[in-house]
Design a protein around this ligand. Structure first.
Ligand code: DGL
Length: 276
């Protein structure tokens, strides 16, 4: 039987975006094994009803626990975290971490004028998860939130600059810019790829906060507190799974994450066939 500390970290996202979080975790915790599932067959999650996203998140988390024997689950997708973090934390008897709380914590530390912003998919912003997470921190800051439908699609097309994306960014970011925020959280895994455009629209005085690094730091703290951190003598082994086209996932994924994504495998979750 594998000792608890030797079990892998489980991570999932609707597709590729969570690879930004995987990169941060691999760099910060090189001794840890990692299993990543990207649900590219049912992607994108952003425009889908919350109940549907919650069902997918539950199914993948259950597979990580039952099929891969993970020691912790990282929800590396803002939309899935907004829909399912509370349920998964309650239902799973292991540490569960999402990108929302670490991002909000670093946002509240980044602001100087007390006005902060968060942008995300329609599902994430509509769920109120960021608004609640900030309220729970009890920080004396005012939040302006805006959904940015269309951003993910531009990133997927590889269009991270140019007039079209700039025009859309000008329109969608107007409410947060006009609110006078001085720190803006990129509350969607894809948005770091648009940071140049976003920064140009928001202006040089606005700090952009991305949750990937903060999530990795919080994961390290959590594993340490639970005595689940692996010793440095081990070199982490990383497995990547996709529910959709595996060749496409491996190809684009390698370009986004790096050489650790040597090969991807097909994910057939335990409960996948029963719930669809
Ligand atoms: N991963 C999603 C998120 O962070 C973006 C992509 C999607 O809509 O599935 O919200």
């Amino acid at each position: 039987m594998t000792a608890d500390v030797e079990r892998p970290i489980g991570m999932f996202d609707s597709g590729f975006g969570g690879l930004t979080v995987a990169r941060a975790v691999i760099d910060l915790l090189p001794a840890e094994d990692l299993v990543y599932i990207g649900d590219t067959a049912r992607y994108p999650y952003g425009p889908k009803p919350v109940d549907e996203v919650r069902r997918y998140a539950r199914e993948i988390a259950q597979s990580l626990v039952e099929d891969f024997n993970v020691k912790a689950v990282v929800i590396a997708c803002n939309t899935a975290a907004a829909a399912a973090f509370d349920d998964l934390s309650r239902e799973l008897s292991l540490p569960v971490l999402s990108v929302v709380e670490p991002g909000v914590k670093s946002l509240s530390l980044a602001t100087r004028n007390g006005h902060v912003g968060v942008i995300g998919t329609v599902g994430t912003i509509g769920s109120g998860a960021y608004q609640r997470a900030l309220a729970e921190l009890d920080a004396d800051v005012q939040l302006t939130a805006a959904a940015c439908p269309g951003f993910v699609e531009f990133v997927e097309l590889g269009q991270t600059s140019g007039d079209e994306v700039m025009v859309l960014a000008e329109r969608l970011l107007a409410p947060v810019r006009d609110a006078g925020v001085d720190a803006l959280l990129l509350g969607c895994t894809h948005y770091p790829y648009l940071s140049r455009v976003i920064s140009e629209v928001m202006g040089p005085d606005v700090v952009l906060v991305s949750s990937a690094d903060e999530t990795a730091f919080e994961l390290r703290r959590m594993l340490g507190a639970a005595h689940l951190r692996r010793g440095h003598t081990h070199t982490g082994h990383h497995e990547f799974y996709s529910s959709g086209d595996v060749a496409w996932f491996a190809d684009l994924g390698r370009r986004l994450l790096g050489p650790e994504l040597e090969q991807a495998q097909h994910w057939h979750g335990t409960h996948r066939h029963g719930s669809n």
